[in-house]
Write a protein that binds this ligand. Structure first.
Ligand code: F6R
Length: 589
């Protein structure tokens, strides 16, 4: 994963350090910065967050050229030696890298006399540059770029000129220009804080930044054009006290409204009636929380669509043989719009002739550019590593998209579609209601934190909600947790039910409550404690839910689960906004 930033312009040290804080969601185990001075390159790096780097770089004089990095370890453990930047032995080249170099072991063999100071794949690039340099930096960069395999966005500075070079394949690279400078960065939001216009570099591109502007080349040195555009200003990082995750959960009602409004204002479904009628299958593809939202909406849409609707995990889709043709529509769901697995799945679908439709919280991200159509879920920038409000907004946008396909296919009446739209305002009100009294959840969290394991169960569309609740809890509290379709418990997992285990039973659908009741009895009689969400059972504590349109119930039933995860992690003193071993945007396969 990792985040890279580089710039040519005044106050490059301050701006780079500040930008790295913005990119910290991409990785936060170590960080570093390198600057160019008349006397040569100067760099500093350390383990820990950007705040540590800021302390360490306090004495660093300002410069007009800098590159910086925030790391999420892939090759080599978390330690100062493995932190970026890496500098060639002769001190001539410094590099920072986001991605994975698949052939770095072979490349290392070409440098038998070099002493490597780290266990990383990235360091190889700095030494290769110095080995191939013959008086022209661009030539050296192109020569090295051609040899690299894998995913990479690499920023390069050297003692030989006052330029920055960036090499890109598969990992995101945004280049920006303004009156004050030129910039390179891993994300549009961060770049647009400095740049008036930004461009997304294509794969296999070398970008050359100078104080005059930016030029792009392919790896053969042929000049390329890039499309610059004015990106929407991204939200600034929260500076007030308090956890970002909790703030983002409390934004859910407002964002549900924004999502509905954004969908309508953007013109809704982009497919024509004719295209919608021709469809034979729909895939909902994503990872983690984004996959759960696709999986959830697929259950709902099966009530009103007459074609195959299949949720698929993106990393599986890439290698499996799911049928794709002109009659296939794939919704690629991604909060960040940068997830490598989802991008690869989108490429595969496009390549096989299917229609790709990005459902993202970052319409300017790589996924939006790759897909035939884009819908912005309008959740607003999400900074906490655990995704919350984006999930609720994905459910809103996907439900509307699938309802509109069903209207085109005449399997859903215009009236029901209207009911769904009106129902979304009720959903926003219901979510406000759920957020007004969180005390019962704070109390339950105190109990959950003592559990050895927490299982989430549900049937039909409650099952994906269970998966999302379980994912939230495990990722930020580190309590072992799993989700099951309730009926599956008796096929094995019941063996784990005993005292000290908690089961959260989702029961939003009254018609299924009787079936969930069996599961509740089964686990209670084996010593586990049960908390139900929605329907109340005599043996279980209950979290009641306000009534909303049945197709929209899951948008609110997940809210108590998001809060439970948060309060449980809090009571265990976890760092909820930056949980261990995770990063917000997973840009490696
Ligand atoms: C969980 C979480 C992850 C992401 C997943 C996909 O809280 O945030 O599971 O949902 O990495 O990320 P996006 O949606 O950016 O593609």
């Amino acid at each position: 994963m990792c985040g890279i930033f580089g710039m040519i312009g005044q106050n490059a040290v301050k701006t780079t350090l500040d930008s790295l804080r913005y990119l910290e969601y991409r990785g936060y185990d170590s960080a570093g910065i390198a600057v160019k001075r008349k006397e040569g390159l100067e760099w500093t790096k350390c383990m820990g967050r950007i705040s540590e780097l800021q302390k360490k770089a306090q004495g660093m004089a300002e410069s007009d050229i800098a590159i910086g990095h925030t790391r999420w370890a892939t090759h080599g453990r978390v330690c100062e030696q493995n932190a970026h930047p890496f500098v060639s032995e002769d001190g001539a080249f410094a590099i920072v890298h986001n991605g994975i170099l698949e052939n770095y072991l072979e490349l290392k063999k070409e440098l038998p006399n070099v002493h490597f100071s780290s266990q990383t794949d990235s360091e190889t690039v700095a030494h290769m540059l110095s080995a191939v340099y013959r008086g022209d930096v661009l030539e050296a960069v192109l020569a090295v770029a051609k040899k690299l395999q894998g995913s990479f966005a690499i920023a390069i500075m050297s003692v030989y000129d006052n330029k920055l070079y960036a090499v890109k394949n598969k990992s995101p690279l945004v280049v920006g220009v303004s009156r004050n400078g030129t910039y390179l960065c891993s994300d549009v939001g961060c770049a647009s804080r400095q740049a008036e216009q930004v461009a997304l570099a294509e794969d296999n591109t070398v970008a050359v930044l100078s104080d005059k502007g930016v030029r792009f080349f392919d790896f053969d040195g042929q000049e390329r054009r890039a499309k610059f555009f004015v990106a929407e200003q991204s939200a600034e990082l929260q500076t007030e006290e308090g956890d970002v995750m909790l703030k983002e959960i409390f934004e859910i009602p407002q964002k549900i409204r924004a999502s509905r409004q954004g969908y309508l204002q953007s013109g809704g479904l982009r497919l024509s009636d004719e295209e919608a009628r021709r469809l034979k299958r729909i895939y909902l593809v994503g990872c983690g929380t984004a996959y759960n939202s696709g999986s959830q909406v697929a259950c709902v849409a099966r009530n009103f669509l007459d074609i195959d609707i299949l949720p698929v995990i993106a990393s599986e889709f890439i290698y499996d043989n799911y049928p794709v043709g002109e009659d296939t529509l794939a919704f690629l769901i991604s909060q960040s719009g940068e997830t490598a697995d989802t991008l690869r799945a989108a490429e595969k679908i496009r390549h096989s002739g299917g229609i790709t439709y990005a459902v993202t919280n970052n319409a300017c991200g790589s996924l939006g550019f790759l897909c035939d159509y884009v819908s912005n879920v309008c959740a607003g920038a999400e900074f906490a590593v655990a995704s919350t409000k984006a999930y609720n907004c994905q459910l809103v946008t996907l439900t509307l998209l699938l309802a509109d396909i069903a209207v085109s296919r005449k399997t859903l009446s215009v009236q029901v579609r209207k009911d769904i739209l009106c129902g979304l305002e009720e959903v926003a009100v219901a979510s406000e209601q759920l957020l007004t009294d969180v005390y019962p959840l704070v109390r339950l969290a105190e109990e959950l934190k003592k559990c050895s394991a927490v299982f989430y169960i549900g049937r039909l569309s409650d099952y994906p909600t269970a998966c999302e609740g379980s994912l939230k809890l495990k990722e930020i509290s580190y309590i072992h947790s799993e989700a099951y379709p309730a009926g599956e418990l008796k096929h094995g997992t019941l063996a784990l039910m005993e005292e000290g285990v908690a089961v959260i039973a989702l029961a939003t659908d009254e018609a299924m409550a009787g079936k969930i009741a069996y599961s509740v009895t089964e686990v209670v009689s084996r010593g586990a404690r049960v908390i139900s969400v929605g329907h109340a059972f005599p043996e279980a504590e209950n979290i009641p839910l306000p009534k909303v349109h049945p197709y929209l119930a899951d948008i609110i039933s997940v809210i108590p689960l998001q809060l439970l995860a948060y309060y449980t992690a809090k009571s265990l003193s976890r760092d909820v906004d930056k949980p261990r071993n995770l990063a917000k945007s997973v840009t490696v396969e």
